[in-house]
Design a binder for this molecule. Sequence first.
Ligand SMILES: [Zn+2]
Length: 465
Amino acid sequence: MSQNVQEDGQQTFKQAAQPTRRMPKATSMLVLALTVAGVTTAVMPEARAQSAEALRHLDSAVKNSGGDLALLNHYREYSCDAVEDTGMYPRSSAERRETRVPLTQIFDNVWYIGDMYVGQFILKTASGGFVLIDALNNSAEVDQYTMPALRSLGLSASNPLLAVMISHGHGDHDGGANRLREIFGSSLAIYLGSGDARNKAYNPLQIDSAIAEPQERTIGGTTVVFQSIPGHTPGMMNFVIPVRHNGVEHKLMMGGRQGHPGAVASARSYLRGTERSYELVKKYGVVGTFLTHPTSDGTTVHMQAIERAGSRDPNPFFIGHERTLRAAAMWRGCAAGWLSTRDASSVELVWRVTSLTFPELKPNLNTVSAQLASGWGPNDPDAAQTTPDAQWGPIAGQTVTFSIEGGGPGCTAITNAKGLATCTLPNKAKLLPNQRVAASFEGNTTDTFVNLSSKASAVVPARGR
Ligand SMILES: [Zn+2]
């Protein structure tokens, strides 16, 4: 299905440098370390001067990783580089455009074809038909890449191409749409956000860009979700795609991390779009992302991992729901930082991912407690900061609600200065071995922060451990 030797002698997908940086890794991590410590990134040789507003948000995008290096490398750096160092990833370099990615299966029902800068996904629906996500650069690429790929996957009268979902109206995403219309005729549904639909000869089926709520459509028995996030373009969209792995369905987001727009209004709209994306991830229990600009969210790295391993199991695209939420919050921090570079007067609340952990869970206890924290947890270097807008780590004064699985009513407590919420179980109840305990924090907004909701659960250890 995929070959590494390219007939024209170009660098192959598997060998290609990923990503191409101008800054050595060590420097990059140093910068992150400095950002964590609250030191200005102005020590960085290629850094731009950053305003306090930009730094608050850029810093949040480090903190919200919770110290997860994969999130920092695959999501923060790709999302924040436009704010910190525009030259960090020459994403659209000739090298990337010229390195073809052969048809690569990434899930039971999803394939990628394109180059290392941009490409398209092919989704096989429940009915056996196909849906394309984006349409490559131009007609020639549809003939050269899309059509042979579809045929090799079984395109036929009974397994037809049912629809094309276009993320936005830029030519590297819809350049092949006219050719698809020509080949498949007027019955092919080509979905595009209404904000980008003007003067499109391929007569798109419009998804209303003014509707903020996710919109579901069932195509060939498979339900996909469109979400308008105007900003990169007026018609920009995220998709939620049900992917299958070893026969089990998981929801992934196709979207995010397109280039930051220059105009202030668009940059503000883009920021709101990242906030919507977070809500989308939360609503649909999304466990990972993929993108038709594969270098911008780690898609290339994951495809290369699959290629090298010769296996999709374990599948590197699945990073888990909690980490996908963190990634979305990090992207939002980068977008808020970006807005401040376009509009020096912009003041946006800083988003904080929160987490709950159970420090003490023993059988027979009649109390239950959990610690609520932001950033890198209780040991966050900024836990001791005294100014409210600089303090991270444990969060005081917040309500945590506990519930006991099958164990009657739970209880509620307010976190203390260490972020600890502790309450006594009602009705003289005691924790039982192997019982599952859950804690939840609904989230709130302060003068400085949007504290995002969180929940956690843990099992009471068995007796004698
Ligand atoms: Zn674009």
